[in-house]
Design a protein around this ligand. Structure first.
Ligand code: PBG
Length: 347
């Protein structure tokens, strides 16, 4: 007590707050910790990205993403029902087409009977209330692995690419996709896609723009998963994806995409880019999402596999941090596991 009095009688205002203000009072018990909690993570926040392959009853593990498998459509549909039962609002489909589908002009991207289009139809037929999101970009369909059409120097041509993206987006909407996710980073593609969808009566099809998509090295395992890594070789995506050094540019991108008719915007990758999420949410107050990408997933899995971290605790903390930064939802390969953990915690 003598010590406390001595502390309290010291002269600065800051010191005199103590012990009147004890930050630890509210932290002392579970009830008061729960009452003052600002952010919550629920299964409603999760979007599950999944890889789809040709064939029947096929599952292929992705080496650099332990726990992630490429599934044939029949298995994907079964999984969709499970995810729906867990309460996951939406899955995002990434097709891994056979190599002989790839071409310079990526015609397979808008094949009404392509792998993605068939997968969308199958899921919406079996589990109609499951949200289905698609990826609009050409990288799974080009022989060179770039997201667009290239010229003789390998430069990705903006306007030529948009023509193909529009057809791809329309084919997804016609197949029944709920949300179109242009991840290509071409300029002006949102307005073109939006207008085409409106013209064809798809007025309810939502667009989640990959607005601030960085030229990140964290996408490596994804490129293994969709098999574009080999096609891409030593090439990079610096002429269209954003420089990781920039942050004002992300606001400019988001402003444009919202103006062009995007319903939702996204930041990608996740954890290393939460400052961007925060700035975008603060500035625009629009539905904002973040993609916890393949490399981030791989890092956590590797550390967990080695017993170096408590996987469940670290993953839930990571996803919560995305929410705290301002994200309304998170695309994550951990969606299913997180949903199971959240359910167990509630039970
Ligand atoms: C392709 C696309 C990529 C990802 C989503 N869509 C890879 C890329 O841009 O090279 C990355 C997702 C991940 O790493 O989890 N347009």
């Amino acid at each position: 007590m003598a010590y406390l009095k001595a502390r309290a009688s010291r002269t600065t205002m800051i010191e005199r707050q103590f012990p009147i203000t004890r930050m630890r009072r509210m932290r002392k018990d579970n009830f008061s910790r729960r009452l003052m909690r600002e952010t919550t993570l629920t299964t409603n926040d999760l979007i599950y990205p999944m890889f789809v392959i040709e064939g029947f009853n096929q599952r292929q593990p992705v080496k650099s993403m332990p726990g992630v498998e490429r599934l044939s459509i029949d298995l994907l549909v079964k999984e969709a029902q499970e995810l729906f039962d867990l309460g996951i609002p939406m899955m995002a489909i990434f097709p891994v087409p056979d190599a002989d589908c790839k071409s310079l002009e990526a015609e397979e991207a808008y094949n009404p009977d392509g792998l993605a289009q068939r997968a969308i139809r199958a899921i919406k037929e079996a589990v109609p209330e499951m949200g289905v999101m698609t990826d609009v970009a050409l990288d799974p369909f080009t022989t060179h692995g770039q997201d667009g059409i290239i010229d003789e120097n390998g430069y990705v041509l903006n306007d030529d690419t948009i023509d193909v993206l529009m057809q791809q987006a329309l084919s997804h909407a016609e197949a029944g996709a709920d949300v179109i996710g242009p991840s290509d980073m071409m300029d002006g593609r949102i307005i073109e896609i939006r207008e085409l969808l409106e013209e064809h009566g798809h007025i309810h099809t939502r667009i989640m723009a990959y607005s601030a998509k960085y030229a990140s090295s964290f996408y490596g395992p994804f490129r293994d998963a969709v098999g574009s890594a080999g096609n891409l070789g030593k090439a990079d995506k610096y002429t269209y994806q954003m420089d990781p050094a920039n942050s004002n540019e992300a606001l400019h991108e988001v402003a444009m995409d919202l103006n062009e008719g995007a319903d939702m915007v996204m930041v990608k990758p996740g954890l290393p880019y939460l400052d961007i999420v925060y700035r975008i949410k603060t500035e625009f107050k629009a539905p904002t999402f973040v993609y916890h990408v393949s490399g981030e997933y791989a890092m956590l899995k590797a550390a967990a596999h080695n017993g170096w971290i408590n996987e469940q605790a670290v993953v839930l903390e990571t996803l919560l941090s995305c929410k705290r930064a301002g994200a309304d939802g998170i695309l994550t390969y951990y969606a299913k596991e997180a949903a199971i953990w959240l359910k167990e915690a509630k039970a």
